[in-house]
Design a protein around this ligand. Structure first.
Ligand code: CMC
Length: 399
């Protein structure tokens, strides 16, 4: 006899202490955190507001705030950056595996990254240790190595020699360097750096909650991050930055550059609404009046596009922004739905010539800091995460 049939001959009703029902746990406070705060009015990382960070901090400073817990002094920042740089190289087994897997059919970069992070666990001397000190050491290693995985993976996809990390470059600039083999301009490096700041932390989003659920069984950091990568991949979460750009490409193909600013875009959108399509890069479970991060990145990405003479996807970078802005206006006018950070991210990374399938891996290169901070917080004050379900299946039936 199984547990359900043993309990009652009727479908069990939730106990009096059950949490209120809510599809997708919408609006449910599922725990406490001191890492970040997401509200309609503000986004805070350990008390620091996101506009302030985007304006005044670097990604490495934000990573220190999240992982170590406080704003670093100049000496602490120097030591932290040196540790990250020293951890950038990948073990030979991981490089070998990247060479063998990155170009497999039916493989996308998020899969390759997920497998590589999982493989790193086998080679990490602290893998099974969930103490605070070991978790911090592993967090720094993952922060450093995930960027190198992305860079080397792109080199394999492009069929070029691996571009070694450059110790003189910071996290964002080095990531662009390793992916492309070209030194980024200071503006490109700063815009990527800000995008990493914006992506670093977002309280109990799906991937972070996944990481905390895994950590809550006292499983290890690499396992939690591997699960979080799988959760982030989906188009309703981090995968939306790639899908947003794919959608804009689809609109551009249908309306043409000459169609931007005309009723053709309205017609495309009306058809999408009639088909009840989810438009990627729009909407948010928490933010109903707009995502605090989106305008910050839009402004910076547009700034690059205004100077850019390149033709990403065969059209001037600015044309893509003009199309994106028209789509945003139609969404707001007709559906009252705002863009989330993934919409300007898609446009910005496209303008910078980054291959679309690497947009979500780059999100990982940043969010590893938020995930690791949450895993450490979970381990430091753990209680198994185990909600209950309301059974709505068949009543007890004789076998
Ligand atoms: N396109 C069209 N309609 C939408 C969209 C959208 N992107 N987002 C919400 N709606 C509509 C939805 O159809 C529903 O309408 P109705 O009440 O008539 O059925 C209403 O708005 C409420 O939407 P919901 O799906 O119940 O809201 P949710 O809180 O469950 O969904 C969301 C949040 C992010 C999953 C959803 O907005 C969505 O699917 N957006 C597209 C994917 C996306 O951009 N994800 C990135 C999320 S933020 C950053 C990140 O995690 O990376």
């Amino acid at each position: 006899m199984n547990a359900v049939s043993a309990a009652s001959s009727k479908p069990s009703t939730p106990s009096a202490t059950a949490a209120p029902k809510s599809a997708g746990l919408e609006g449910i406070i599922a725990g406490q955190t001191a890492v970040g705060a997401v509200t309609q009015g503000q986004l805070l990382y350990r008390g620091y507001e996101i506009h302030d960070l985007a304006q005044n901090a670097t990604f490495e400073e934000v990573a220190h705030v999240l992982l170590v817990g406080h704003k670093p002094s100049a000496a602490e920042l120097g030591a932290f950056k040196a540790e990250i740089v020293a951890e950038r190289a990948l073990p030979e087994l991981v490089i070998d595996t990247l060479r063998k897997t990155a170009r497999l059919p039916n493989t996308v970069p998020m899969d390759t990254l997920r497998s590589a992070v999982s493989l790193l666990a086998h080679l990490d001397p602290d893998c099974q240790d969930v103490s605070p000190a070991a978790n911090l050491r592993k967090s720094k290693r993952l922060l450093a190595k995930i960027a190198t995985i992305i860079g080397h993976m792109q080199n394999v996809i492009d069929g070029r020699d691996l571009v070694k990390p450059d110790p003189s470059l910071d996290h964002a600039a080095n990531l662009l360097w390793m992916m492309t083999g070209k030194k980024p301009t200071s503006e490109q490096a700063r815009v990527l750096d800000v995008s990493l700041i914006l992506y670093a932390e977002h309280d109990f989003n799906a991937s972070t909650f996944t990481a905390r659920t895994i950590a809550g069984t006292l499983s290890d950091l690499h396992g939690a991050v591997t699960g979080a990568i799988a959760a982030l991949k989906g188009p309703l979460h981090g995968g939306a930055n790639e899908m947003a750009m794919e959608m804009l490409k689809e609109i551009m193909k249908d309306v043409g550059e000459a169609g931007i600013g005309t009723a053709k875009v309205d017609q495309w959108m009306d058809k999408a609404f009639a088909e009840k399509r989810k438009l990627m890069g729009f909407g948010h479970r928490v933010y109903k009046n707009g995502d605090h991060r989106a305008p910050i990145l839009h402004k910076l990405g547009r700034g690059i596009a205004e100077k850019d003479t390149g033709n990403p996807g065969g059209h001037p970078a600015l044309a893509w922004f003009r199309l994106g802005e028209q789509v945003q206006k139609i969404m707001l006018d007709k559906k009252q739905i705002h863009p989330n950070v993934d919409f300007p991210c898609g446009l910005t990374y496209f303008t910078m010539g980054i291959p679309v399938p690497q947009y979500t891996p780059i999100f990982v290169a940043s969010r590893i800091t938020g995930w690791a901070a949450h895993v450490m917080e979970q381990h430091a004050n753990n209680r198994l995460i185990r909600p209950i379900a309301e059974y709505v299946g068949r009543p007890q039936t004789k076998w």
